[in-house]
Write a protein that binds this ligand. Sequence first.
Ligand code: ADP
Ligand code: ZN
Length: 610
Amino acid sequence: MTTAAPEAPLDVLRRVFGYEEFRGQQSSIIDRVVGGGDALVLMPTGGGKSLCYQIPALVRRGTGVVVSPLIALMQDQVDALSAVGVRAAFLNSTQDPDERRLVEQELQAGEIDILYLAPERLKLESTLSLLDRVDVSVFAIDEAHCVSQWGHDFRPDYLALSVLHERWPAVPRIALTATATEATRHEIAQRLELGDAEWFVSSFDRPNIQYRIESKAQPLQQLLRLVRTEHPGDAGIVYCLSRKSVEKTADALVAEGIPALPYHAGLDAGIRRRNQARFLREEGIVMVATIAFGMGIDKPDVRFVAHLDLPKSVEGYYQETGRAGRDGLPSTAWLAYGLQDVVQQRRMIDESEGDLAHRRRLSSHLDAMLALCETVECRRVQLLGYFGQPSIACGNCDTCLAPPEAWDGTVPAQKLLSTIVRLDRERNQRFGAGHLIDILLGRDNDRIRQNRHDELKTYGIGEELSEQEWRGVVRQLLAQGILAVQGEYGVLGITQEAPAVLAGEREVRLRREPERVVKRAKSKAAAELPSEALPLFERLREWRAGVARELGVPAYIVFGDATLRGISLVTPASIEELGGISGIGEKKLEQYGADVLAVVAAHAAAGMPE
Ligand code: ADP
Ligand code: ZN
């Protein structure tokens, strides 16, 4: 890529990557770095961060050095760049000395445009002196939030990155992260000595992701319905809280004929690696995982992220759901949560180690998450608001699509609260939600009879609601802080907010679940494609799968879904027409152009009447 006069960034975008225009702030970020300035880039997942350093690396003289903690993914990143004709390589601990030496030679010969480096390698004096002998065009620090000690992804090796500024003051640096919180941003700037960096803060909205939260009744059935009716054949991630539920859920999906794989920290490293590789390389795999899975997974065509347990914080939830739809095509973020989640998480907080301040922080994270779950307003407005970004109702979340009703739950709340108070005062007894609901519904069972709870004033006074509805009431009273979980067995007690409710001084607004919106059974990748374009799209996918298998790379490295959609809509008849489609640059046109045109032509011929 060494040309006499530097090529303009837009020309590189079009020639190499085959994209027509820059997105959002890409252009100003790239101008800043090409001009030699530092930049701090905050952009959501899928926003297009990679091009922000890849293009300066190609435009400026020398090699761009990318520091990334994601060793397991470096091969794919290098493959993706090679596929568009960029000379890329990596140095990390997975290589043997010979492989590393080869890369070092190419580096010093100026034959590498972009080099990926693990932070623990960069720390080594041998690496630093190697870079002294190389013409470095730009330093990119990916996943820059790893430098933050307060976040959950802290990597001690990242602290050593301040050396870059001291050793190579003339080389521009660009730090990138998808972590949205203000505190983390400041910590990144400070620790990486990015005092002179210009900040580029993008909107954190992910408009192509549909956010939906429903209450948990039969979680597996609900998940199956989601996969079967909305995402047949799609790749997705299902998050569970515990290793055990990961295993159970993956088994259950497989038993239902869905290709699912487990992933959690308790699995052997080899199995983890293999499952991750299959998820990246094969199409339509559902990964069932704990949150140990996902950082840096830049598979662009994950069509859904499902949570079967309540996430611990809105930050975590947003980061996890953000792994859906990086390619900008319609995707789903779906969460099922229930009373048991609230009880369990409150208990985990009470039992957690650490001081009071720590428990308070956990507790406020949980409260924010519950507020998101129980809102009657637009989910996106609430999410973005949490990150300090004002917005208007989105039209693409469950509460916008089927607005839930708010209803006056004061009387049911009083019935429940007074049951708790009576049991406590009159008999010094405490119970969990299940038994309290049995009392309100006037049920007859051993526990009721043994305790003579059928003699209570509140016995059978709650028959106007179903059991499921009562669980909703309990859940929401917990979320609103009117009820509290006390002790180990999910025993419920009242809080200082309760007396006002009992006295009728405070109204309790509750949310009624709307009827579920029923969707067509069509994979999201094909959704919104006119039906006449579908057969060609499917044919192109088959062709792509064949090529990817032959080359041993993930399918998206050959062509992304968005590009295949473009081809099936345009049905190009010439190389020029094909080259005009987004995602087809110089190299891919040369490599695959004739084959793609042949697939299109064969398809047209097959559809021709005799
Ligand atoms: P991030 O690292 O911010 O999560 P990526 O850099 O992986 O996002 O980009 C997400 C997707 O968007 C990729 O498939 C990428 O090729 C595509 N993309 C990025 N910039 C553009 C652009 N200007 N035009 C079209 N597609 C783009
Ligand atoms: Zn909305």
